[in-house]
Structure formats: structure tokens, C-alpha cells
Write a protein that binds this ligand. Structure first.
Ligand SMILES: Nc1ncnc2c1ncn2[C@@H]1O[C@H](COP(=O)(O)O)[C@@H](OP(=O)(O)O)[C@H]1O
Ligand SMILES: [Mg+2]
Ligand SMILES: [Mg+2]
Ligand SMILES: [Mg+2]
Length: 318
């Protein structure tokens, strides 16, 4: 498949997944949320979305899958497994429970070199539970390079500039072909590009959850660069907001090695919109090290201000 064709396929799959998760966010029940080993939440929607996307890709372009979720918890909880199966079957009539569980378990691929899908079915599960922002994040990685990517952002306003803005967009990108925003309410598409701001005109985004990255270190950098206050939001929607020029910088200084599904799809969207994504020493990220990036602290910028951010980080109190 040509890159443009792959990208259209990804867009179609992610639009379907947005439909599924929007429905599930509105109808989610307390007993449809579990706590994982690291106390992070996972919901019926995370499982259903990963299974649906894996099965749709199997029909169109089957490859190994590096996915956040697997079927372990569902194999121990028949009631929840039945619900996940029911939701997936609405999109794929005739699919069996075992096919759904198998699809989820295939998300355990180790990554590294070679060609595979990377999927975070719901990034920002905490935001999803708060009825705030979350993103469906999917990309294709070949020997550490990302070829195509799509970020589904069902709750993201189409434009922050418009207080009446409809919500729901998908950012999609292909290597060398730029980044496009699709608006879910009317199907309109337009190319997006990072802004060209720096210094006091520039703004930044960071996680809503203060446990996911260091808001205080971000504030130190912002003070040095004289940036305005941050916009806080969950998920890789932050990369989308940067890609369309509604923020100039996304800071993610954490002390935990990042999972590739938390970074790769969003990083591609920003790079194809003209921005830059590196670790805090300015080294580009590679996605061939396995299921994690091997980097805990990173940032994405409009490119224009990348050097000054690197200098501010180098001069920071540790
Ligand atoms: N202590 C921590 N440090 C860094 N990242 C963390 C973290 N705890 C959770 N995360 C990751 O942060 C992601 C959400 O990012 P954000 O803060 O930008 O919304 C989560 O993705 P999931 O919600 O897919 O599990 C999770 O993988
Ligand atoms: Mg999670
Ligand atoms: Mg995530
Ligand atoms: Mg997730």
C-alpha cells in the first residue's frame, strides 16, 4: 500500500473507534473500570477500542501490534469480557468472544526493529473518566521510523479560537506528506502547521495530571522563557494542539520511561506539521528500542523555539 492509501485507511479506522469510545464515555458504569498493577485505570472502552482497531487492521493490513492493553484481566472477568465482546460486535457482527480476546493478546508484541502497529486505544484514561480530553493513538513503525499516524480526539474543540466550536477531530499524518486535521462534525479536512512564535508570545501545554510530569520543572522553564501560563489537558491531544499552532511547546519532563504508544503517534503528527520532538538533550527519539522509548523526559516544540528550550533545561536547578 502507498503511504497516502495507508493514511486514508488509518483515518477510517480511527473515525470508527471515535464513534465507539464517544458512545462508551457517555454510558460508562462504575463496574466497567478496573485498576491495573500500577494503580492506573483501564475501562471497558480501552479494551473494546483496542480489540476493534486490531480486528479492523487485520482485515486491511495485518501486522504485529504493540498495544497498551491485553486480555489478561478479561480472561479473569467473564462479565466484563462479555461487555467488551458486545461492544466490538456492534461494529463487527459475528465476531466471537475468543477472537476479541485473541486480538487483544496480540497487542503484546515486543517492538524493536521490523514493522508493526503501535496503539494506545485510549490515551488519557483519567481524562476519559473525568469526561475531559483523551485520544485514540495509532501509528505504523518501520525500523524505528514512523510512516503513518492518526490521533483521534473526540472531545477536542475543532478550534480554541471559537468559543462555540464543535468538538471532535482526527489528526493524521504520513511521512513527508504533512499533517491534516479532519473535523468529525462535518467531515471537513485542512492541512495544519505549527506556529512560529517564541519568547513571551509563545504558550505551552502540559499534562492535567501532575503525577505524569513535573509541573514545577515546567514552570521553571516557562519562567526563564517568559512564557504565559500553561494549558493543561490529558492525552496526546496536546501534540495535536501544538501541530495546529494553538500552543508552541509541549513539555513532558517525567522520571518514568515513556511507553512508545504514549509518544510515537503524537510525535509524528507534530513533526509532519513542521515541529520538533526530542529528549531534553536535543536527541531525536527512536522507536526501535522495544515497548518503551528509553527516555523519561522529552518535549515537542514548533521548532522555532527548540534551541532556547534546550538551553533553559540545561540551566535549570535539578
Ligand atoms: N508517573 C507517570 N509518569 C509518566 N507517565 C505516566 C505516569 N503515570 C501514567 N503515565 C502515562 O501518562 C499517560 C497519560 O498522559 P497525559 O498525562 O499526557 O494525559 C497515561 O496513558 P494512558 O492513559 O493511556 O494509560 C500513562 O501511560
Ligand atoms: Mg493506561
Ligand atoms: Mg497512554
Ligand atoms: Mg491508554
Amino acid at each position: 500500500m502507498e503511504l497516502a492509501e495507508l493514511r486514508a485507511m488509518l483515518r477510517e479506522v480511527v473515525v470508527k473507534a471515535c464513534e465507539l469510545t464517544s458512545f462508551l464515555q457517555a454510558s460508562l458504569l462504575k463496574d466497567e473500570v478496573l485498576s491495573k498493577g500500577d494503580f492506573s485505570p483501564v475501562t471497558v472502552a480501552d479494551f473494546a477500542c483496542q480489540a476493534l482497531i486490531t480486528l479492523l487492521l487485520d482485515q486491511r493490513y495485518p501486522l504485529p501490534m504493540v498495544g497498551e492493553e491485553d486480555a489478561k484481566a478479561l480472561r479473569e472477568n467473564a462479565a466484563l469480557a462479555g461487555k467488551v465482546h458486545g461492544h466490538v460486535a456492534k461494529f463487527l457482527p459475528g465476531v466471537t468472544l475468543e477472537e476479541v480476546l485473541d486480538a487483544l493478546d496480540r497487542g503484546r508484541h515486543e517492538g524493536g526493529l521490523g514493522t508493526f502497529w503501535v496503539l494506545d486505544p485510549i490515551d488519557g484514561t483519567k481524562g476519559f473518566l473525568r469526561k475531559a480530553q483523551y485520544a485514540i493513538c495509532l501509528c505504523l513503525v518501520k525500523d524505528g521510523d514512523i510512516l503513518v499516524s492518526a490521533l483521534g480526539c473526540p472531545n477536542l474543540p475543532v478550534s480554541f479560537a471559537d468559543p462555540e466550536s464543535p468538538i471532535g477531530c482526527v489528526f493524521h499524518a504520513a511521512k513527508g506528506l504533512g499533517c491534516v486535521q479532519l473535523n468529525l462534525h462535518d467531515g471537513a479536512e485542512h492541512a495544519v502547521r505549527v506556529d512560529a512564535l517564541r519568547g513571551a508570545d509563545a504558550t505551552y501545554v502540559e499534562s492535567y495530571e501532575s503525577a505524569h510530569s513535573s509541573h514545577s520543572q515546567h514552570a521553571q522553564i516557562a519562567e526563564r522563557l517568559k512564557l504565559g501560563p500553561p494549558r493543561r489537558m490529558d492525552s496526546q491531544c496536546k501534540f495535536g494542539v501544538l501541530a495546529r499552532g494553538e500552543a508552541s511547546l509541549y513539555l513532558r519532563l517525567s522520571d518514568r520511561d515513556q511507553s512508545i504508544w504514549d509518544i510515537a503517534p503524537g510525535a509524528m503528527v507534530v513533526q509532519e506539521a513542521g515541529g520538533q520532538v526530542t529528549d531534553v538533550r536535543g536527541r531525536p527519539l527512536s522507536f526501535s528500542a522495544g515497548r518503551t522509548v528509553g527516555v523519561p523526559a522529552l518535549f515537542a516544540s514548533n521548532g522555532m523555539m527548540h534551541e532556547e528550550v534546550l538551553k533553559a533545561i540545561a540551566g535549570m536547578d535539578s
